[in-house]
Design a protein around this ligand. Sequence first.
Ligand SMILES: *Cc1c(COP(=O)(O)O)cnc(C)c1O
Length: 441
Amino acid sequence: MRLYNIKDYNEQVDFAEAIQRGLGSNKGLFFPVELPHFNSREIDELLNMDFITRSAHILSTYINEDTEEIPFQQIVKCVKNAFTFSIPLKYLSHNMAILELFHGPTLSFKDFGIRLMAQILMAIAQKPYNKPFIILTATSGDTGAAVAHAFYGIDSIKIIILYPKNKISVLQEKMFCTLGKNISTLSVDGQFDICQSLVKEAFDDKEINKKFTINSANSINISRLLAQICYYFEAVAQIPPVLRDKLVISVPSGNFGNLTAGLLAQSLGLPIKRFIAATNVNDTVPRFLKDGKWNPYPTISTLSNAMDVSQPNNWPRIEELFSRKNWSFSTLAYGSVDDETTRHTLYEMKKEINYISEPHTAIAYRLLRDQIQPGEYGIVIGTAHPAKFQNVVETILDTHIILPPTLQSRSKLPILSKDMKADYGIFRDIILQYSIDREGR
Ligand SMILES: *Cc1c(COP(=O)(O)O)cnc(C)c1O
């Protein structure tokens, strides 16, 4: 698979390099040179396959489009190891269903992209690394948990996760700071932005780059997007065939990786009529789609905190895709929902359709229910399990949420994080320490 840097078409890399580097030079995103397309017979064949086989075909079509990089059987193995949980499509009403993407080990859809990324990194790492591989991630919750669980026990890859002390929920902290082994978690005295800037500084550090291959596993990594294409196919496979071509899919969006994957699925030929880009009050994209002006405001904290993004890092890919395919932005529906309406919607979902949701998914549901047209069939992308937002949901709905067993048992384990002052010198020493551990073995 050849990919180019959106900021410089002449900078081209293969898939292995794109996944390991994450970003191109000048912080440019990688984008596929070839955009594969299936005809309707091939789409039907794919939709008749089981999820694992179908996903391996889709990934192989991208990865091995022009040069064979990862043999098909190896892709099958990666997919099997990554996608180990169910993806139920549940009917909500006569014209709406929800695709529940939160039955993975850390209860959010981020398990799909990050678990596949971990598997592919291992597959390509069988050519021995010349340098130790480290993943440095700053998190405000969901990403850190998914990264920690996806890479747990993979001895050849060291994971260091930074998070703001006392700024994430106890349950979130228990989920990824109780693992040990190759996962180190640092509880930083400061805000999320400080964690992120410490990580960025490490990426620019010459000595660290000389000693290690470093990667951030963040949502701009192309492997995460490819993984997410697979569940859009699964959604279409699960609905009755007469509803194909009538589908409107509403996607809760922050950095817009999820929607990018949906649009890539559509560009492959998957029959989806249209998408709704659903945001909270951090509405840079809805405002852009309305008046064509890109004008980010400062980020506002909301109930749907994983969508508190005002400069979505995957948006340039969506622009690139629309321009390559000659699609018009007028075909992309949009909307934003404030916290009060989100609360109201959570309440309404429980009362009217007997469904307990959480703030991110509720936003997508709300916009779908407001915008769906006669003759259309709507699918909401369910991005997180309500238990992950237990406090908020229990307060709004005045109900008790039962924790899934994995979370329940994890909630009893001790936190293994080290406290760290927000100081780059200290952080740097912790990273460099790793080479000593490794050489000492
Ligand atoms: C990350 C996240 C989102 C936003 O997804 P993007 O791909 O960044 O648009 C939505 N909901 C939940 C629960 C998330 O964790």
